[in-house]
Design a protein around this ligand. Structure first.
Ligand code: PAF
Length: 284
């Protein structure tokens, strides 16, 4: 496995493989890898001849007062996980390599970015879209793998790739969960033992919402309020949002139909956790 820190090394390394007709898979990450990332790597390694993982804590997607400085980092452990997963190349650039000058060119996907996460973190998706566009430009034609836990991020990246005709197939992979239902996230690291014990309420609230959708509830307010009431049973959790929205646009509608996505953001102490699940409203 090659550890690369320079953009030129990635380009020249992948050029050699492409010249020999090999397909390329990309797994973009911010490091502190867990089984969720490993599942993206397993999929990418299975689908492609060569797989590259990037490890870069992207300052552009953190706002003031967020956890950029304290975001957990452990490159040696990450490299072991990449090696065990069969990754061929790891790209772990410095901030100076990715952003040698103050950034002037940014990518925004305003409609998909505005609701939900975009309300609390208005700058966030522009930072994500910009760094992912750079990674796509550095890596070139490839399949790129993202987890469904960040559903809105996935929607932003898909839209960007289509709108800008990027030569990238965006592949989404299922959420990986702890046995008690908590979605894996690098931010789970912040949870105290008591917060960790209560955090699975998020999965239970989603289950309740899914039950309502499957039973034919089309009023998003009813579903959202049921999920919020469930989250309130965990005294250490503070609800940021509970949403029941059309799966593709994520824009709130007064009556739900077709594919619905349920999304939750809940704070437990220092950790702001997000999770989601989907279901179809049955046609009658
Ligand atoms: O999901 C993440 O880890 C990040 O948002 C991503 C896609 C690697 C961009 O920095």
């Amino acid at each position: 496995m090659d550890l690369l820190t320079k953009i030129t090394e990635v380009r020249s390394g992948l050029d050699v493989h492409r010249a020999e007709g090999r397909t390329v898979g990309l797994v973009p990450t911010m490091g502190y890898l867990h089984a969720g990332h490993a599942s993206l790597m397993t999929a990418a390694v299975g689908d492609n001849d060569i797989t590259i993982a990037s490890i870069f804590v992207n300052p552009l997607q953190f706002g003031e007062g967020e956890d950029l400085d304290s975001y957990p980092r452990d490159l040696d452990r990450d490299l072991e996980i990449c090696r065990a997963e069969g990754i061929d190349m790891v790209f772990a650039p410095s901030v100076e390599e990715m952003y040698p000058r103050p950034v002037d060119t940014v990518v925004t996907v305003p409609t998909v970015s505005a609701p939900l996460e975009g309300v609390a973190r208005p700058y966030h998706f522009s930072g994500v879209a910009t760094v992912v566009a750079k990674l796509f430009s550095i890596v070139g034609p490839c399949r790129a793998y993202f987890g469904a836990k960040d559903w809105q991020q996935l929607a932003v990246i898909r839209r960007m790739a289509v709108d800008l005709s990027m030569p990238v197939e965006v592949v989404d992979c299922p959420i990986v969960r702890e046995p008690d239902g908590l979605a894996l996230s690098s931010r789970n690291f912040y949870l105290t033992a008591d917060e960790r014990a209560q955090a699975p309420v998020i999965r239970r609230a989603l289950d309740l919402g899914i039950e309502l959708v499957v039973d034919g509830e089309t009023n998003p307010k009813v579903i959202e309020s049921a999920m919020a009431t469930k989250v309130a049973t965990a005294p250490l959790g503070e609800l940021d949002y509970a949403a029941a929205v059309p799966a593709e646009t994520l824009v709130a509608d007064s009556v739900l139909a077709g594919e619905v996505r349920l999304l939750l953001a809940v704070r437990f102490g220092k950790a702001r956790l997000i999770d989601n699940d989907g279901a179809f409203i049955r046609e009658v």
